[in-house]
Design a protein. Structure first.
Length: 280
C-alpha cells in the first residue's frame, strides 16, 4: 500500500512549505493539491494555482511524488497542460503525477460553461486522447468537437513515459477511459451515510473498474482511493486511518489518499495524528 496526502493551496507558500517538507519526512509516497479556480469547500478562502504550488514543492523536496488532484478541461487546454506538465516533470526530476478528471461544477459556472454531464464526459474523452497524443507525438493536428490544434510542436518530447496519467472516474464511460488509457485509476468513492455503506459502494466501483480493465485487455492499472469523500475523516485518529487503509487494501486498492488536517471546516483534525502514523 502506498499513501498520499492532499495539501490545499489556501495558505501562503511560507506557511505551506513546511507541510510539503513534512509530507516527505513522514514517508508519504505522494503529495497532491487541488486544481481549482475556487474550491466549493472553502469559497471564502484565499486560493492559489496548483502548478506554481507544485513547482515550489518540487524545489522544496527530493523524492516524494507530486500531483494534481485533479486537473480538468474546465480551464486547461490540453496543449497548455502538456507544456505545464513537461515543465513540472523537469523541475521535479520526473516526480510529477498528472491527475485528471472531468471537472466540477464550481469552476465551470464561474467561467459561464453550460455543458450537460454527457457533454462533459465527451469532452473529457477527447481531452485525454488528445493529451495522450501530445505526450507521445510531435507535429500534432487535431480537429475535434471541443479542441483544435494545428501542427502542435511538443519538443522536448515524447514525454508520455515520464508523465503518468492518473484518471479520476466513477461513471461507466469514465471508468472505461481510465481502464483503457490510465496508468492509475482514482475514485472518490460515492454516497453513503455510514462508513460501512460507503465502503460497500467502493467495493462495487472496484468490481466495475476491474471489469472495464479486462474489457480493455489490460491488467495491473493502479487503483487509488480518496478516503476523505467518506463520512469519516481518515485522519481523525491513527486508529481510523489504519482501519480505512486496511479496508482499502482488502478491496484491492494499491494507494490511498488522505488530506492534511485543518484547524476547522473541511478536513478538520489534529496535525499530531500525522506523527503517529507508520507508513513504512
Amino acid at each position: 500500500m502506498r499513501h498520499g496526502i492532499v495539501i490545499l493551496t489556501d495558505l501562503p507558500w511560507r506557511e505551506a512549505r513546511p507541510r510539503w517538507e513534512a509530507a516527505e519526512a513522514l514517508c508519504f509516497d505522494h503529495a497532491w493539491t487541488y486544481d481549482h479556480l475556487v474550491w466549493g469547500g472553502l469559497p471564502e478562502a484565499p486560493w492559489t494555482g496548483a502548478f506554481p504550488a507544485l513547482a515550489a514543492a518540487a524545489m522544496a523536496t527530493t523524492s516524494i511524488g507530486l500531483g494534481t488532484f485533479v486537473a480538468s478541461p474546465n480551464y486547461r487546454h490540453p496543449y497548455v497542460l502538456l507544456r505545464d506538465s513537461v515543465g513540472l516533470a523537469d523541475i521535479s526530476s520526473d516526480r510529477f503525477l498528472l491527475g485528471l478528471g472531468t471537472g466540477g461544477d464550481g469552476d465551470a459556472q464561474r467561467l459561464g460553461e453550460d455543458l450537460t454531464l454527457r457533454q462533459r464526459v465527451d469532452r473529457f474523452h477527447e481531452y485525454v486522447e488528445l493529451l495522450d497524443r501530445l505526450l507521445r507525438e510531435d507535429h500534432v493536428d487535431h480537429d475535434g468537437d471541443f479542441y483544435v490544434v494545428r501542427d502542435a510542436r511538443t519538443l522536448p518530447g515524447p514525454a508520455r513515459d515520464r508523465i503518468p496519467l492518473w484518471i479520476a472516474a466513477n461513471g461507466p464511460r469514465s471508468l472505461a477511459l481510465a481502464a483503457s488509457s490510465g496508468d492509475a485509476w482514482i475514485t472518490y468513492g460515492g454516497s453513503g451515510q455510514t462508513l460501512e455503506a460507503w465502503f460497500g459502494h467502493v467495493e462495487g466501483l472496484m468490481g466495475r473498474f476491474r471489469e472495464a480493465e479486462a474489457a480493455a485487455g489490460r491488467s495491473g492499472v493502479r487503483a487509488v482511493l480518496s478516503l476523505d469523500s467518506s463520512p469519516q475523516f481518515s485522519l481523525s485518529s491513527v486508529g481510523v486511518f489504519e482501519e480505512m487503509t486496511g479496508r482499502a487494501a482488502a478491496l484491492g486498492f494499491d494507494d490511498v489518499v488522505s488530506h492534511w488536517p485543518r484547524p476547522d471546516g473541511p478536513y478538520a483534525g489534529d496535525e499530531a495524528v500525522l506523527e503517529g502514523l507508520t507508513l513504512r
